[in-house]
Ligand binder design. Structure first.
Ligand code: BES
Ligand code: MN
Ligand code: ZN
Length: 492
């Protein structure tokens, strides 16, 4: 989809679908009156009949039947004028794109006249419109392609494309490419997305200036003593992989950041086998790893002034003759030991390796993303990720970045007292807590492996996957995390 800016009145724009954002009680705006005059009062008539008032989420589609160069008008409710933000523009963009697909429009025009932050609005509008076009049709025999929209034209008399707008739109396009890659990786069937495949995909997509990829096979993993990854992999027929992606900026980096993503390509639970219903979506369990690969794949285009190292430990978690057993003990490279009482609490076992390895490089920040606990979904639902951190400025910054990106994060506490719940009778700690506060005890286990480096853990079990179609994403992997990560790296 090509993005254009045009200095023109909306009555003269020739397009298939002309979107007009309307704030609540702003139906008397000059632009609407001008259109209505051209339509001989019929637009106001329709507005009155439909009771469209500009409430957020409402819309009104009007066919001009040749009375205007635009064949359809789409009024989109933006809610209260004072509350319009990036999220409002993102949702509006998504709606316009969906409507365009429904009516078979190839060209979308937008009356673009935001009251403030035109760059933010333009970026969010384009991002929403692009995100809404995602489809995963590889395995459908009668797929309808929705990529019919060719252009999105932002227009208004006197509209000039500023460098800020240009930059915001360019950023949005890169972000969307990252989100789509993450979605693709998650949506692939789990027998396709194996650890080996994930390594190959990292090599394929993380190319270009400043990026390099290193994929370790089982032998190297053994020699590096990544005991958690090996333990989880024992039940599997597939070899594990440990993926490292390195980005070096031009010039001296301002900061060094480690991104760690959980890469369980399928979580059956292992010997602590899941029920079949809970297993249905467990191809999603590499969503954290997918977000890291996808975010890093955009860095040669976004060129942040920071060194970034991505770590993705990856394997499936299956029962098998050699599978690890409840009661087994893992000894980690930092000397710590974990007693495995539930093989379904496997994410923390492989993340421990990666966190310990990353910590050795002494990065300024470590951020891990993992579909770690069902408990986090109980706490925050399916749209909000849990944020845990040992460093409040880092947590605050991630909260801000997530907010601006349209991803929802909520901070949960690392309750020291709950460390008692992970005490083991034979090892330093055990891999499950006492039954309550499972998202917190999981985070406390990870914390054992980060030394005192500023660290944040995003438990994305809820928002990594949507069970139903939403405006910006069809059922399946969402690519959650990519947007926040890229925004965060840009702020350093
Ligand atoms: N991958 C799951 C967590 C999960 C559940 C992600 C649902 C997305 C949707 C994780 O490996 C897991 O199985 N966690 C267990 C931990 C328990 C055994 C302590 C859980 O949450 O039930
Ligand atoms: Mn599990
Ligand atoms: Zn898991």
């Amino acid at each position: 989809m090509e993005i254009r800016f045009k200095d023109t009145g909306i009555e003269t724009l020739k397009t298939d679908l002309l979107m007009i954002p309307v704030a609540e009680k702003k139906l008397e705006e000059a632009a609407i009156r001008a259109l209505d005059r051209r339509l001989k009062g019929k637009l106001q008539e329709r507005i009155q009949r439909s009771r469209f008032s500009g409430v957020e989420g409402s819309s009104l589609l009007y066919s001009t039947a040749g009375a205007l160069p635009a064949s359809h008008l789409l009024l989109i409710g933006m809610g209260k004028a004072t509350e319009i933000d990036a999220g409002t523009w993102r949702r509006a963009g998504a709606r316009a794109r969906r409507e365009a697909t429904t009516i078979g429009a190839q060209e979308i025009g937008v009356f673009f006249s935001p009251e403030r932050d035109p760059a933010v609005a333009a970026g969010a509008l384009v991002e929403g419109a692009q995100l809404a076009s995602y489809q995963f049709n590889k395995y459908r025999s009668n797929a309808k392609d929705s990529s019919g929209v060719k252009t999105l034209t932002l227009c208004r008399p006197g509209l000039t494309r500023t460098a800020g707008m240009e930059q915001a739109v360019g950023f949005a396009e890169q972000v969307v490419a990252g989100v789509f890659l993450a979605r693709d990786l998650i949506n692939e069937p789990p027998s396709v997305t194996t650890a080996r495949y994930l390594g190959e995909q990292a090599e394929r997509h993380c190319r270009g200036r400043g990026l390099s990829v290193d994929v370790w096979g089982k032998k190297k993993i053994e020699s590096m003593k990544l005991a958690g990854l090996l333990a989880v992999n024992r039940g599997s027929h597939e070899e594990p992989r440990f993926i490292t992606i390195h980005y070096k900026p031009p010039g001296k980096p301002k900061k060094k950041v480690a991104l760690i993503g959980k890469g369980i390509t399928f979580d059956s639970g292992g010997l602590s086998l899941k029920q079949s219903k809970s297993m249905e979506t467990m191809k999603l369990d590499m969503a954290g790893g997918a977000a890291v690969i996808a975010a890093m794949s955009r860095l040669p285009y976004l060129r942040p002034q920071v060194e970034v190292i991505g770590y993705i430990p990856t394997t499936d978690n299956l029962p098998g003759p050699n599978a690890q057993k409840p009661g087994d003990v893992i000894r980690y490279l930092n000397g710590k030991t974990i007693e495995v009482l539930n093989t379904d609490a496997e994410g923390r076992l492989i993340l421990a390796d990666a966190l310990a390895l990353a910590a050795k490089q002494k990065p300024d920040y470590m951020i891990n993303l993992a579909t770690l606990t069902g408990a986090c979904m109980v706490a925050l639902g399916t749209q909000v990720a849990g944020l845990f951190s040992n460093h409040q400025p880092l947590a605050d910054s991630l909260m801000r970045c997530a907010q601006e990106s349209g991803e929802k994060l909520w901070q949960l506490p690392l309750v020291k007292e709950y460390r008692d719940d992970i005490k083991s009778s034979v090892a330093d700690i055990k891999n499950i807590g006492g039954g309550h506060g499972g998202a917190i005890t999981a985070a406390l286990i990870l914390q054992e492996f980060v030394d005192d480096i500023p660290w944040a853990h995003l438990d994305i079990a809820g928002p990594a996957f949507t069970e139903r179609d939403v405006p910006t994403c069809p059922k399946g992997g969402t690519g959650f995390g990519v947007r926040t990560l890229l925004k965060f790296l840009g702020t350093l």
